[in-house]
Structure formats: structure tokens, C-alpha cells
Design a protein around this ligand. Structure first.
Ligand code: ADE
Length: 429
């Protein structure tokens, strides 16, 4: 670990915090790789077959140890990839350094970069003139369509990691502006069943605990949104002994939450009883002025949805006479009413701002989908429709098979009699 790095000798283009952090990043990337057996197998096949030779990729992801393993796999496949952050607060600076120094991959990302720098990095990703955009939240694709339409003819397609990004892409398609294929990585079963639920569930609580070191047992935790992410957060919060309240706008999801054993109520009521609030809705201003006004003194609010607008911080600022950091990533707002509200991670993704994001074992499947989605785009160049395109079912199933194999779990196979039964309609009572 005592490598001496001379920054001036690094020729790969980059804009990162500190290249001398590379040895630590390298060690942590290798640690994550141990838990990513599916992606490792894909990387090894990619290295032999080079399915992305000559393909320029702009990847906009959280710059984590797991993303590093994806970027390494894309490079092994022959791609010329650059990486930027998909959130100003989610970059792990040591990982960025190692990708540049040890792997020769251009990275433009610094933890804590301001919004102007974030947008400049999006522009730098597009200046790479990508054939494929690997997106997380759809900021690069949106910027391409709004401001660089001249580059669209060079685009083979995009791959989208998140629910939020797919909502944007579907809206873009409805508007007639999405004129190339966008692979819905998020919708693969091997992605959202695990990453959104168990990944967000664990890493969100990890972020809150690292930031505050508070005991969750006995606390009232309000989870806003009962999609896959909300389900995971509620499940894990209950597992830690919290008394979980769910808020929803979708009546079906609300019944699900109630039958899963959670209290369900509107935010107006939840605001009065919660100790900790976690937003995971994908919508804006889910916690707003009237909610802050009725919260208990010292209530903690955090967001684990993609964008930082679920908690209305403008309203909170307006209600407050001061705000100050009381711990890393933890700000206390002193309200003019005399109460205080604690905000973690500036309302940005708490699991990535205050912790390390989802653990590698779930990102293994998410990023196996990303890698195979890139290969699928190249293999089917010119033959896919414009708009949001699902990941092929056989790709999803293959990832599940490889993951099970790596976990040492065997399952049954259908007998010929069962296959026949499932394909017939004559056998009944
Ligand atoms: N999104 C959530 N967790 C992540 C991680 N560990 N790496 C990349 N993207 C993520």
C-alpha cells in the first residue's frame, strides 16, 4: 500500500479529488469484486470475446467500488468508457483515483461537487461522443436529447438503472423525443427484486446509522412510498426493532403495506408521530412545510429516492433561523418555532451520501444486467425499436442461474410430465 504516485505521470483524462488515493480504492474495488461472481464471469468472457470493441461508452453511475467493477468489465470488453457521477454526493474518491491510475479509465467525479460541476461533468461525458450511455437517473440521456441532438445519430442506445430514470424516459418517449432504444435495466427481475428491495433496505439504514449512530429499536420510522425500495426499507427497519409507519398514494400498495403488518396513514398524521422519516417515492415535496411544522422536536429526515427533491428543503430553510452540521452529513435546522429538525445527507440519497450504497452482492446482478444490456445493444444495433425496451427474459434468467450457482444453491427442474402439463389445458378437476 506504499505506492508513491506522481500525479504528473498520469495521462488518462480525469477530474477527481486526489490520485494518490488510488491504492486504497484498488483494495476496496478488489474487496467488492469478491462478492460479484456473476459480473466477474461476464468480465472474463468479455475479455476473451471483446463484444464492445470500438464502442464508446459514457457511464453516469454512483462512483462506488461496485461501479468500478462494472467499468472494468466494460473496458475488458473492448469499450472506451468514461465515468461520471450520477449524484454530486455519491462519489467514492479513492475509487475514482484507482479507476484512473490502475485501470486507465477516465473519471470526472468528485464527492461533494456542486451542481455546476456536476452538469459540467455531464457535458464532459457527452463530449466523449458515446455510442452507448449507461445512465442512472437519465441525466445524460436527457442532456443529450435537450442540448446535443446532433449526436443522436451516433447513439446505439442507453441503458437505465433506476425507476426514476425510466419514468423520465417513458415521458420522453410520449413526447416523441426518445428516438433510440433505452434498455430498462431496472425492470429486470434480477435487478429490482434485489437491488431496490434488499439493497436499498440495508444501505438506507446503514446511511442513517453511520450518520447518526442512533438506536433504531423502539423508534417510529415513517417510510414514505411502498414500492420495491420502500418495501425493503420498511422490512429492514422492522427487523431492527422499529415501529414502522408507511405513507402511500397508491391504494394497492397501501393495502400491501397494511397486510404486511405496517401502520398506514397520510403524511399529515405520520408527521406528528415519527422519530425518523425516510422518503423513497420518486416524487417531489413528499415532506413539506406543513409536515415540518408538526414534527416532534429533533425529528430526523432522510431521503433514499433518486433526486434530492423529496424533502422540501427550501420550505425547511424558510421555517428555520439557522442550520449547522452536528456530525458528518448531519445538519440540524433550528426552527423559528423553537423546535429542531435533523436532515441527513442534504436530502440526497442517504445510502450513498452517508454510506457506501448497496452492497456488492446485489449490485453484482444489477451490473451484470448493465454489462449484458450493452452487449445486447451492440449485437442488435439498428434492429431495436425506439423507446423503452425490456431486458430479454433469457438474459434475466441466465443472471439468476449464475447467481444461484455462485451461492451454491441448487433447484429443481421440471420433469417432462410437468412440462407437458404446463403446456396443456385439458387436465383439470
Ligand atoms: N446504487 C445504489 N447502490 C449502488 C452502488 N453500491 N454502486 C452503484 N450504484 C448504486
Amino acid at each position: 500500500m506504499s505506492t508513491t504516485i506522481a500525479p504528473e505521470t498520469v495521462t488518462v483524462k480525469h477530474e477527481i479529488k486526489d490520485i494518490t488515493l488510488a491504492p486504497l480504492g484498488k483494495q476496496r474495488i478488489e474487496w467488492a469484486s469478491r462478492e460479484m461472481p456473476v459480473l466477474r464471469q461476464i468480465r472474463d468472457r468479455f475479455a476473451a470475446e471483446k463484444p464492445l470493441a470500438g464502442i464508446r461508452i459514457a457511464a453516469c453511475c454512483h462512483v462506488t467500488t461496485e461501479t468500478a467493477n462494472l467499468a472494468i468489465a466494460l473496458k475488458a470488453a473492448g469499450a472506451d468508457a468514461v465515468l461520471i457521477a450520477s449524484n454530486p454526493l455519491s462519489t467514492q474518491d479513492d475509487v475514482a483515483a484507482s479507476l484512473v491510475y490502475d485501470h486507465g479509465i477516465s473519471v470526472f467525479a468528485i464527492k461533494g461537487e456542486d451542481n455546476a460541476t456536476y452538469h459540467r461533468h455531464v457535458e464532459m461525458a457527452l463530449a466523449h461522443r458515446p455510442h452507448i450511455i449507461v445512465d442512472d437517473g437519465s441525466d445524460v440521456t436527457t442532456t443529450l436529447v435537450l442540448h446535443h441532438a446532433d449526436q443522436i445519430p451516433e447513439i446505439i442506445g442507453t441503458t437505465e438503472e433506476t425507476t426514476t430514470g425510466l419514468v423520465r424516459l417513458n415521458a420522453m418517449f410520449k413526447d416523441g423525443k426518445l428516438t433510440f432504444p433505452a434498455i430498462a435495466v431496472n425492470d429486470a427481475e434480477t435487478k429490482h427484486f434485489f437491488d431496490n428491495r434488499y439493497g436499498t433496505g440495508q444501505s438506507t439504514l446503514d446511511g442513517i446509522i453511520r450518520a447518526t449512530n442512533i438506536l433504531l429499536a423502539g423508534k417510529v420510522i415513517v417510510v414514505a412510498g411502498y414500492g420495491w425500495c420502500g418495501k425493503g426499507v420498511a422490512l429492514r427497519a422492522r427487523g431492527m426493532g422499529a415501529n414502522v409507519v408507511v405513507t402511500e398514494i397508491n391504494p394497492v400498495a397501501a393495502i400491501e403495506a397494511a397486510m404486511d403488518g405496517f401502520r398506514v396513514m397520510p403524511m399529515d398524521e405520520a408527521a406528528k408521530v415519527g422519530d425518523i422519516f425516510i422518503t423513497v417515492t420518486g416524487n417531489k415535496h413528499v415532506i413539506r412545510r406543513e409536515h415540518f411544522e408538526t414534527m416532534k422536536d429533533g425529528a430526523i429526515v432522510a431521503n433514499s429516492g433518486h433526486f434530492d427533491l423529496e424533502i422540501d428543503l427550501v420550505a425547511l430553510n424558510d421555517l428555520s433561523e439557522s442550520a449547522s452540521f452536528v456530525r458528518n452529513f448531519t445538519q440540524e435546522y433550528q426552527l423559528k418555532s423553537g423546535k429542531s429538525v435533523i436532515v441527513i445527507g442534504e436530502g440526497r440519497l442517504v445510502n450513498l451520501a452517508a454510506a457506501e450504497g448497496h452492497p456488492a452482492s446485489v449490485m453484482d446482478m444489477s451490473f451484470a444486467n448493465q454489462a449484458l444490456a450493452c452487449e445486447f445493444l451492440v449485437k442488435n444495433k439498428g434492429n431495436l425499436p425506439a423507446g423503452v425496451v425490456p431486458i430479454p427474459k433469457d438474459v434475466d434468467q441466465e443472471i439468476a442461474r449464475l447467481k444461484l450457482q455462485a451461492m451454491g444453491i441448487k433447484i429443481d427442474t421440471l420433469t417432462p410430465e410437468q412440462v407437458h402439463y404446463l403446456n396443456s389445458w385439458t387436465e383439470g378437476t
